[in-house]
Write a protein that binds this ligand. Structure first.
Ligand code: DQA
Length: 146
């Protein structure tokens, strides 16, 4: 079975409590359950990382070189806009990486308009709430089937 790594960046552990007007009521556990269901229907296994630490995310992406992971689904959260280290890790990855955001980052503050990750990822899905993750996983399913 193909393995997909799902990475949730900083403060996403607070989903469901945090700025609900922007991020909605779903918790990270809710989103992970929906992803697990979709993965199961499509013969994929998921592993999950939520981290508030940039280096942990860099390490997890780096490990995909050796551990047989087939693709990465990532919401880099605030690191989207700041992290050269995560960008470089994505650029170095030998597998597809799909970037997702719950909110529409293009419609928010100017500092959120730029993603350092988008130019080195396979593509970006932004603005559909938890559906962004599911659409991102569907993109990965199609990429891996192609
Ligand atoms: C986010 C958007 C980022 O700008 C923000 O820092 C987040 C969440 C989203 O999913 O909409 O923490 O990645």
């Amino acid at each position: 079975m193909k393995k997909v790594l799902v990475v949730h960046g900083p403060n996403l552990d607070l989903l469901g409590q945090r700025e609900q007007a922007i991020y909605g009521p779903a918790t990270l556990a809710d989103i992970n359950q929906q992803l697990t269901d979709l993965a199961g229907e499509n013969g994929l296994t998921l592993s999950f990382l939520q981290s508030n630490h940039e280096g942990d995310i860099v390490d997890a992406i780096g490990r995909t070189r050796a551990d047989g992971t087939a693709a990465v689904l990532i919401n880099p959260a605030a690191y989207t806009h700041t992290s050269v280290a995560i960008r470089d890790a994505v650029a170095a990855a030998a597998i597809p990486v799909v970037e997702v955001h719950l909110s529409n980052i293009a419609a928010r503050e100017e500092f959120r308009h730029k993603s350092l990750i988008a130019p080195v990822s396979q593509g970006q899905i932004s603005g559909f709430g938890p559906q962004s993750y599911l659409l991102g996983l569907r993109a990965i399913i199609a990429l891996l089937a192609a």
